[in-house]
Design a binder for this molecule. Sequence first.
Ligand code: SF4
Ligand code: SF4
Length: 151
Amino acid sequence: MIPQQILEAIAPCGLSCKKCFAHIDGDIRKFSRQLNKKLGNFDIYARRFETMVGDPIFKKYPDFKEMLDYFASDNCRGCRHEQCKLLKTCGVRACHQEKNLDYCYECEDFPCQKTGFDDHLFKRWVKMNQRIREVGIETYYEETKDTPRYV
Ligand code: SF4
Ligand code: SF4
């Protein structure tokens, strides 16, 4: 029996929902919210620092802030609870439910052509699931829990 904590963290495709920038309890969202709070009204200061410090880098602050706001606000409870907000073409979610499987590596059709992933993601999907099959989901979870999601 796979622990619920692992099922929640790692989506049926093998990607980590918990590390996704959109996850409601993810570090990216959490730290973005914290940084947003710490920065306060930095936009006023960014305009001043452009002249005071004389570094044109401060001109880029509005774009940075827009991205930070996006990371801080978007949220999702994970693939096992709702439709993925990022991978609109994902074919795994509905498929694993139909097949009643926790992960693609358990499937006799793996690796199939139903994922809807682009080439980069498809290769990652195959690699992740091969590794999970090799070492088991619990070891895989331990191996990857501190690695970045975006590789
Ligand atoms: S379901 Fe999609 S949007 Fe939601 S946390 Fe997982 S990868 Fe991110
Ligand atoms: S058919 Fe493909 S997408 Fe569906 S569960 Fe099997 S490996 Fe995953």
